[in-house]
Design a protein around this ligand. Structure first.
Ligand code: PQP
Length: 410
């Protein structure tokens, strides 16, 4: 089957360019702990590289990652957006109606969720979340030193998001491990996946139970999804899976987005000072942190035909991994890409993806981040690392386990 040619393809008549090969374990502890050198090697090797260890094709340059993200016809999501190819092996859970589908099936759930999570729909949460952030930060700032991962990055999303969805208060401790396993499961079946496997059924059963109409309080995102089913915008059979997407996508991602932002400001005192002087930069600060850290490091697609990328050919049905974190630091696209800099325009980064599947929850993430950052800016003069921070390894997320901070109050 032929595909619509993105701008980066070459005419089908030319001989395919030789494909660089890299045998690095892209999901080994060394790369997960410090992906920068691997990403640089990938970008420099060429527009597309064969990762021999997993027999997949890798994109590390901004141009090709962007082109793949916006070309959903050639780069499909329906066979899964992890390493596992749903055409060849069964998925570990029923596929997501948002993430792991293509048009036309993708579109109705997407339109519903777009409306439920739109900036307009979130306006009613702004005041409450600002107050919640001030309360949390006041509590945390009773100490001069604290671990910002549990104290802020985890505490804030867990305080506001499950309530916004409208689930009950019992069992919320399942949310983070469920998400951690989900994001590991987009990678290979390595020790990180093995570690999560024993409890995944338990976490999954709890999450699934929260998706029923009866489990969701009126007024929340979950009830709004069921209301869309009542209107016929989606089917009643789709509603629980759309709610599951919220619970899958909405916690670990924002936890690590907040952690990335806190790590960025704690290690860039001049940028913190600039934010203090110009609090309107809070929005740019979060986007620049998402570009700089890329909490979601990668997603896969599946070639829907022989797809030409920069002169090479990826065969039909093969998996392609898009290294969002590498694209977000590609010197071909960004000046001084490794610097966290509030002076740049980070828009166009692919940390939230791009195109049809671009993060539908990004307004929620931005509102959470701005609420927390605002509360901190009002109260904190200086912020720095108190100790060396510690990574949490995950196959697809760039995450912190611990971020010890020292602050001076204003
Ligand atoms: C990064 C949807 C989106 C959000 C799902 C699902 C899971 C994760 C994510 C990834 N996601 N930001 O299950 O529908």
């Amino acid at each position: 089957m032929s595909t619509t040619a993105p701008a980066t393809t070459t005419p089908a008549t030319t001989t395919p360019a030789p494909l660089p090969v890299d045998d690095t374990d892209a999901f080994g502890e060394e790369v997960l702990g410090d992906p920068g050198p691997f990403h640089a090697a990938l970008r420099d090797a060429g527009p597309v590289v064969h990762l021999s260890r997993y027999d997949v094709y890798a994109l590390g340059r901004y141009e090709q990652v962007h082109a793949a993200l916006v070309d959903w016809q050639a780069f499909a999501s329906g066979a899964g957006v992890g390493l596992s190819n749903f055409r060849r092996e069964p998925p570990w859970r029923p596929p997501s109606l948002l993430l792991e589908t293509d048009p036309p099936h993708h579109d109705a759930p997407r339109v519903v969720l777009e409306k439920v999570l739109s900036p307009r729909a979130l306006r009613r949460l702004r005041e409450q979340w600002a107050a919640d952030a001030r309360d949390l930060v006041d509590e945390v700032l009773r100490e001069e030193e604290f671990d910002a991962v549990p104290a802020i990055a985890e505490a804030f999303p867990l305080r506001v998001f499950p309530d916004a969805v409208g689930i009950g208060t019992e069992g919320r401790e399942h949310l983070l491990p469920y998400g951690d396993h989900l994001f590991n499961a987009f990678g290979p079946a390595n020790s990180l996946v093995a570690r999560g496997a024993p409890r995944r059924a338990e976490h999954g059963a709890w999450v699934d139970a929260q998706c029923a109409r009866e489990a969701l309080r009126p007024g929340g995102f979950g009830a709004a999804i069921w209301a869309a089913a009542d209107r016929g915008d989606i089917t009643p059979a789709q509603a629980p899976l759309v709610v599951r997407s919220l619970l899958s996508a909405g916690v670990d991602t924002t936890v690590q987005g907040l952690a990335a932002l806190l790590h960025a400001v704690a290690t860039h005192p001049a940028q913190w000072a600039r934010l203090r002087a110009e609090p309107r930069l809070a929005r740019v600060a979060f986007d620049e942190a998402v570009r700089w850290a890329s909490p979601v490091q990668l997603f896969f697609r599946t070639a829907t035909g022989d797809v030409r990328i920069g002169g090479a050919v990826v065969p039909d049905g093969e998996k392609i991994v898009m290294f969002l974190g590498a694209a977000n630091r590609d010197p071909r696209r960004w000046e001084r890409p490794d610097e966290f800099d509030l002076g740049r325009d980070p828009s166009g980064h692919v940390g939230f993806g791009m195109g049809l599947h671009q993060c539908v929850g990004q307004h929620v993430a931005r509102l959470e981040a701005e609420s927390v950052l605002q509360a901190l800016l009002e109260r904190v003069e200086t912020v720095e690392l108190a100790e060396t921070p510690r990574r949490h390894l995950n196959n697809t997320m760039r995450a912190w386990a611990s971020l010890p901070l020292r602050v001076r109050r204003r």
